[in-house]
Ligand binder design. Structure first.
Ligand code: THU
Length: 157
């Protein structure tokens, strides 16, 4: 028998520790929460994806009365990014959320399992680790890659 553990490296940053490029990405995700359509959960999520062509693609959760038909912020951003710029590769991703009380979360929100799996595919296409920034009210968790969020990823490729 052999036991092993998988560790996820996380860097906790304050807002003033972000580089200008990181700050722009995180602010785009925070701003995108204002465009969430969340009349059912009242939980507003914003995402932003920086592409290697210089574009930053925002996304937000879009709910629907037929509940499973709604889409998370991360998937609305990554699917739009790849639909609009199929040749571009992902460079970095940021996620932010505003809770049901209308306030930004203290503890940064983290993508759901389905979004992790979806984002993994674009990290694979990029061919390099794509850092993920999870933005809270006063701190940001930086993970080095999407795969750090999803150990034992399902991979067909
Ligand atoms: N949501 C996201 O947008 N991203 C996630 O990773 C988790 C959840 C959305 C889905 C739904 O509109 C609301 O948050 C509450 O679950």
């Amino acid at each position: 028998m052999k036991e092993f553990s998988i560790q996820v490296p996380v860097t906790e940053l304050s807002y003033d520790e972000l580089t200008p490029a990181e700050s722009l990405l995180v602010e785009t995700a925070r701003e995108a929460t204002s465009r969430a359509y969340a009349p059912y959960s009242h939980f507003k999520v914003g995402a932003a994806i920086r592409l290697d062509n210089g574009e930053i693609i925002p996304g937000s959760n879009q709910e629907n009365a037929a509940f499973p038909s709604g889409t998370c912020a991360e998937r609305s951003a990554c699917y739009y990014a790849h639909a609009r710029y199929p040749e571009a590769r992902f460079e970095a991703i940021a996620v932010a959320a505003v809770g049901t009380d209308g306030c930004e979360l203290d503890e940064p929100a983290s993508p759901c399992g389905a979004c992790r799996q979806a984002l993994m595919e674009y990290e694979h296409l990029a061919g390099h680790p794509v850092p993920v920034y999870l933005a809270g009210k006063s701190k940001i968790y930086k993970l080095p890659s999407v795969s750090a969020l999803l150990p034992f990823t399902f991979e067909e490729f």
